[in-house]
Ligand binder design. Structure first.
Ligand code: GSH
Length: 204
């Protein structure tokens, strides 16, 4: 399989963590690209018209995107415990947590584009604040439910962990930990897993 990827994308990190947790990382070849909404990579566009990473090319040549679809595909390739539970009650909780983590990330990544990519004179501070509101409310919700995270590893908590890791990396000044001690303690432990430690974001 071939994965179009960029470090430090937190959505790519979801896939990498998932691959390590399921023992599939050795089957994935990484293709590093740079793409932005204003300068989409031409090779990536041929596989994914939305031109976002991660995009996975399966061994039969099928292009899969986005991170949610790729992670569920990887979950179909191994014999271990399901990262996308089949049992109904657990499934909807896990999928909602994935959506919450993805929502925090969508907002955080869009602030990044607004502050790094968009020309100074076109920046809109109210819009940035609005996006940061989504991040903070999402984290507050997670703080309220972190006591119900159990020791199982699943796509919900992988996504939450990648979101927290991205906030540490891009927005250390936000200090999400201070008002959220439950999430802080949970993340401190989860971040020591090999899958998290070996996928720490770096800037090239
Ligand atoms: N919903 C997508 C989001 C992926 C995404 O936003 N990727 C960013 C990198 S962090 C990207 O490729 N951005 C390029 C663009 O927006 O054109 C997923 O879960 O994979």
């Amino acid at each position: 399989m071939k994965l179009y990827a960029t470090s430090p994308s937190p959505f790519v990190r979801k896939v990498l963590v998932m691959a390590i947790e399921t023992g599939l990382s050795g089957r994935i070849e990484h293709v590093s690209l740079t793409t932005t909404p204003v300068a989409p990579d031409s090779e990536l566009i041929r596989s994914n018209p939305i031109a976002k990473m991660p995009t996975l090319i399966t061994d039969t040549g099928t292009a899969l995107y986005d991170s949610r679809v790729i992670c569920e595909y990887l979950d179909s390739l191994h014999d271990g415990a399901r990262m996308f539970p089949v049992e109904t009650t657990a499934r909807w909780t896990v999928l909602r947590r994935q959506a919450l983590g993805d929502g925090v990330l969508d907002a955080a990544v869009s602030i990044r584009y607004e502050t790094v990519l968009r020309p100074d004179e076109k920046r809109w501070s109210a819009w940035i604040e609005g996006q940061m509101g989504k991040v903070r409310r999402g984290l507050d919700t997670l703080e309220n439910e972190v006591a119900t995270f159990d020791d199982d590893v699943n796509i919900g908590i992988i996504t939450v962990a990648c979101a927290l890791g991205y906030l540490n990396f891009r927005y250390p000044e936000e200090d999400w930990r201070a008002p959220r001690p439950g999430l802080r303690d949970w993340y401190a432990k989860f971040a020591t897993r090999e899958s998290m430690a070996t996928t720490e974001p770096v800037v090239f």
